[in-house]
Ligand binder design. Sequence first.
Ligand SMILES: *[C@@H]1O[C@H](CO)[C@@H](O)[C@H](O)[C@H]1NC(C)=O
Ligand SMILES: *[C@@H]1O[C@H](CO)[C@@H](O)[C@H](O)[C@H]1NC(C)=O
Ligand SMILES: *[C@@H]1O[C@H](CO)[C@@H](O)[C@H](O)[C@H]1NC(C)=O
Ligand SMILES: *[C@@H]1O[C@H](CO)[C@@H](O)[C@H](O)[C@H]1NC(C)=O
Length: 651
Amino acid sequence: MHKIQKKNHIFLILTSFSDNTFTDRSIGEFRELLINTRENALFVGSEGAIFRLWAFNVNDTGENVFAKKQLVLTDSEESECRSTASEERLCRPSTRFMAFTNNMDSVYVCSSVGMRPEIRVLDSNSLQDQQEPRNEIGICVVDPTFNSTAVVVDNGNPEDASSVYSGIRTGMGGENHLIYRPPLTKNGKQLHASIRTIYSDSKWLNEPQFVGSFDVGQHVLFFFREIAHDNSFGERIIHSRVARVCKKDIGGRNVLRQVWTSFVKARLNCSVSADYPYYFDHIQSVKRVDKKGETFFYATFSTSETAFTSSAICMFQLNSINHVLDTGLFMEEDANGQFSVTADEIPAHRPGTCSSNSHSINDNDLHFAKLHLLVADAISGGTPILPLRDHVFTHIAVDQLQNQNVIFAFDSYNRKMWKISHWKEGNEWKWNLIEQQDLKISSKINDVALLPSEFFFITSTSGVSQFSVSRCPTLPSCALCSLDPYCSWNAITSKCALKTKTNEKQVGWVSSSWAGRISPECSAVEKLSVKDVYLGDGIKISGVKGGVWQKDAQEIENGHRHMITENGDLVILDMDVEDGGTYECVKGNVVLMRERVVVHENCARPTSVAEYRSCQREWCKKADAYKAALNIWSDSNKKNVQCKANGSNIH
Ligand SMILES: *[C@@H]1O[C@H](CO)[C@@H](O)[C@H](O)[C@H]1NC(C)=O
Ligand SMILES: *[C@@H]1O[C@H](CO)[C@@H](O)[C@H](O)[C@H]1NC(C)=O
Ligand SMILES: *[C@@H]1O[C@H](CO)[C@@H](O)[C@H](O)[C@H]1NC(C)=O
Ligand SMILES: *[C@@H]1O[C@H](CO)[C@@H](O)[C@H](O)[C@H]1NC(C)=O
């Protein structure tokens, strides 16, 4: 198997406690998150209610920032549900999908209430119903473990009617997989019938697991993984895909009636290139980033869904997705079920082209479109970011800063977060891992949201946890501080603090002006800090995982007195005179930590509390060594007293 190459990273491993948490004892499980970054409002879906929280403090339940909308199931509905449900949990009223609509003034919520799909449109301030709740199938699923997706599209549909597009499973056991748009209505009048993929034909969708969907210009995009084919051992081979439909599509007149005429899809290629490319074929999550007129999709991938698998992050440009879907050759299935490429038979109306009236596309062209859905070329996701063994990156969030994108990747089950810089140099994208955090939450992660440059939020069984995007005060050196895009190093106090608009440009502060690298100013401002210790003391100097420790330019080996901890800290026990000197933690030729240690021997005349304590310790140790319990104790006690007496000028 291909070995994932190790990159030489400078990063810290931190244990992170949430800044704030929100919880409500009546709630069984907290699920979907939706954030309005203009109003700093965080909407939370759950088993039992919908909440509006204040993103700067999710624990603040003051009435001007907090709202709650209960999901109610009457006793009779509940008993009716229990008589048909395979599992009791499926009857509990619970949200499944939330999105903004009406220019963010409203929140569209689809919930499963007693196994009925219930649609609500809520006022985004009060969470009061703006319309009568209604039941409608095809938008959200009953079973929360099904990987479905949906997106509200307010603009660009036929007659500009607002609608939802979903990637969903329907049928008794969820056996039908489809991409669906419900009937289009305006002012209570139906304008167009519903439209979908052909679920009885596995060429369209073959047991897809959806991870995201997006409203992009005249199209809607769906990201998912599905069975691509069986290999020669009969194993199911999974590939990741992006599929695209046109918003204006209303299906064909005869052929592809009430079926997408514009559905096309292609493989997403997230692989490490080698003699044989090593593929991350299972897409797990995706987020959209719009920057300087370009649209990007950051997605996490794994090699399978099991716990001991490899993961990576890839980035896809909308331009390359559209280019491949608009110009690629189509695959065709032959009698043996094998796919091959069709070269020159593409008809005048190319599958995937948007038409202002899809009823007018001729039947032959639609016959071709029905059989030619998959484009032969794969869409490149660039160089995989942070390929890592033994983790599944289940969730992702991306913060767009001036000179870089900061990626937050999460492993739901292991409750870990990786923070990564991703930036462009010339035509090349580069990345660097900044830190890894062990998140102190009580159960697996259900969803993740981000308030740019401030906080990320996590839902789990017990509540909503709010974490700062950075832990500046814990960063021990200028080098590590300037690597973090949210922090600034104060050269005068030698402390790391949150980067602000003022300190960013102030003299005496060092912040990285370039992504992914340590600021060159650090070496100039980093003062040599001095640590005073006494004979017999034990000390700990903070370092960096994977760093090399040197004393006076000589590498330190792990030994019986010198220990380098898992996190890269240096611990020295029982300090001796020769332990004095300059200690440096070096990684990739960069000095990340430097400290001068001075060992004092003058037990005779302690002049400070520290000296005094050290002096006592020294005597205790010697007493231990003599092992002549009583005598020695009294002897050393006497000396201690003397030692104290000699240090009468203790201050
Ligand atoms: C949340 O706020 C309440 C009071 O409103 C307080 O008692 C509680 O300690 C807070 N919890 C956290 C985790 O901050
Ligand atoms: C949904 O996806 C997750 C991993 O992304 C997987 O573990 C789970 O089995 C999927 N659910 C179903 C019902 O297949
Ligand atoms: C995927 O990308 C890799 C690396 O760029 C390339 O070697 C490989 O041929 C691509 N695979 C497909 C199916 O296009
Ligand atoms: C304390 O001082 C006295 C006289 O200055 C000296 O004789 C003695 O050795 C000192 N004690 C210690 C523990 O250094």
